[in-house]
Each structure stands twice: as structure tokens, then as C-alpha cells.
Design a protein around this ligand. Sequence first.
Ligand code: 2BA
Length: 157
Amino acid sequence: MAKLELQELTAMTVGDLMIESEKVAHVQMNNPLEHALLVLVKSGYSVIPVLDPTYRLKGMISKTAILNEVLGMERFEMEKLSVIKVSETMLTDVPVLKKDDLFLTALKAVVNHAFLCVLDEEGYFEGILTRRAILKQMNRYLHEQIHFNSAIDKTNV
Ligand code: 2BA
């Protein structure tokens, strides 16, 4: 693989690094919490996007929020899982990215978020950008720099 230059890294866009929508586990607003918990447990993820039937982003739902919602005084009231809808429990204030946002914008965003949803101009969901994808590129860049610099040091001895 060719050495990754700084200009190439910083010219990368969210679109180059994101996971496409077809591969992202998600639920819909009208789903009961029971369904959301099933998708979360089966997929292994702790938080996933909530979409409407036309694929517009509406929020995020997490295992923790669901368990908090059904936590009673002395026990988990699991019977509530089939009554409460995802729309009543989801987080709605979620930061987003656009496909043409650059690497440094994405890097800043993943400092505080494990992933961000990627939307088009009309709010339609296009995929997600994960912290993993950003760290993978940073890791590659830094290791190649260190390797390159130590090779130069050796030739100067
Ligand atoms: P978490 O579910 O908290 O997962 C944290 C990290 O654990 C992930 O980081 C990944 O490295 C690993 N991981 C968890 N579940 C996994 C699985 N089923 N398969 C492979 N690796 C798994 P990232 O890859 O950076 O993802 C950050 C967050 O993005 C995840 O946080 C999850 O909330 C969301 N996410 C990632 N891929 C997703 C997908 N295909 N569908 C829905 N949400 C996804």
C-alpha cells in the first residue's frame, strides 16, 4: 500500500470513510422498545439510528435508555417494552455530518461521539461514520510517518 501523505489524509471526506446505510442496523420510530432491544442485542451495538419510513433520521436509541425507561422501583418492568414506542425514548438532539465534510471535521466530531450519522441536504440518511474508521486512518498515517522518519535517521548516521 502507498504511503499516506498528510495532504491525502486531510483531503479524505466522510463519504470516503462511512459505512453505507444498507449495512447499518437501525429501527423505526413506531417500533416498540421490545423490537429495538432485540435489534440492539442481536447486532451487538450499544446505540443505533432511528429512521422514519422514508429514511429520514429521527434520533438514536440505546440499550441504556431502554433499560432506564423500564426500570421500576424494585425491578425491570419488562412488560412495558411492548407498550412504549421508540419515539418516546430516543435521543433527538444528535449531531450529524455530510458526505463532503473533510477528515479534520470528522476527527473533531468523533472525539465526543462513537459514531455520527451522515445525512444528505434533505435530511435523508446515507450512512454512519464511526470512530473506528477515523482511528484506522490516523493509525496508518502516524505509523507510516514514524517508520519513514526512523528510516531517514538511519541513513543520516
Ligand atoms: P458500540 O456499539 O459501543 O461499539 C463500540 C466499538 O466496539 C465499535 O466501534 C467496534 O469497534 C466494536 N463493536 C461493537 N459491536 C460490534 C459488532 N457487532 N461488530 C464489530 N465490532 C463491534 P466503532 O466501529 O467505531 O463503532 C462506533 C459505534 O457506531 C458503535 O458503538 C455503534 O453504536 C455504531 N455502529 C457501528 N457500526 C454500526 C452498524 N453497522 N450499525 C449500527 N450501528 C453501528
